[in-house]
Design a protein around this ligand. Structure first.
Ligand code: IMP
Length: 195
């Protein structure tokens, strides 16, 4: 196995053309977001975090623990809705694959999202959650692409604005792979040719 800076390189490293966000940057930003949100929600007993599966799972795990370290109590819920599947472009079709397990009426909800691209998924989900009479619904997204700004998705908390490139890692996949990468990067064109 090849060595990079003393650390063994892992199979996925050689599929990455360039790194967009490092593991350290993700950790620091997650802590910063948690500090801000804990301050904004200081009046709330317990925030209901709603993770959008599967892409946001890594961010949910790290962000919920960062909020906990800030002293903010949280409860975790998961929802799965259809997204890109095996393609690298948005379908715009939203379908619930796994619904929330409980009533969210009167709760202060924060949707935990990996990346906002066209914003279609999120704007649909916001309406869905509001129709279930949550007390408030906000969004924390680790990443945001330029198109999301055009459609004015109400994402109150954003980690990083990134270029309009298809990225993988830290929960984000291409054809269900690369989710376990601890950083976010862009794939080499040769990887797409293999599929
Ligand atoms: P939107 O509805 O176009 O905002 O798409 C949101 C969803 O598409 C995200 O939650 C991701 O699951 C997926 N997605 C968007 N951009 C990327 C990307 O660059 N890599 C992997 N998945 C992406």
């Amino acid at each position: 196995m090849a060595e990079t800076d003393g650390a063994p390189s892992i199979w996925y490293d050689s599929d990455i053309q360039h790194v967009i966000i490092t593991e350290d940057q993700i950790r620091e930003k997650t802590e910063e977001l948690a500090r801000k949100i804990a301050a904004d929600y200081a009046h709330v007993d317990s925030i209901l975090l709603v993770c959008i599966l599967k892409g946001a799972v890594m961010f949910m795990a790290d962000f919920s623990r960062a909020l906990g370290r800030e002293g903010q109590a949280v409860e975790l819920e998961f929802i799965a809705i259809s997204s890109y599947g095996q393609r690298a472009t948005s379908s715009g079709v939203v379908r619930i694959l796994k619904d929330l397990d409980r009533d969210i009426a009167g709760r202060h909800v924060i949707v935990v999202e990996d990346i906002v691209d066209s914003g279609l998924t999120l704007s649909w989900l916001m309406k869905y959650l509001e129709s279930r009479t949550a007390a408030s619904v906000e969004v924390v997204a680790l990443l945001r692409k330029p198109d999301a700004i055009k459609v004015q998705v109400p994402v109150k908390y954003v980690g990083f604005d990134i270029p309009n490139e298809f990225v993988v890692g830290y929960g984000l996949d291409f054809a269900e792979r690369y989710r376990e990468m601890p950083y976010v990067g862009v794939l080499k064109p040769a990887v797409y040719a293999r599929v």
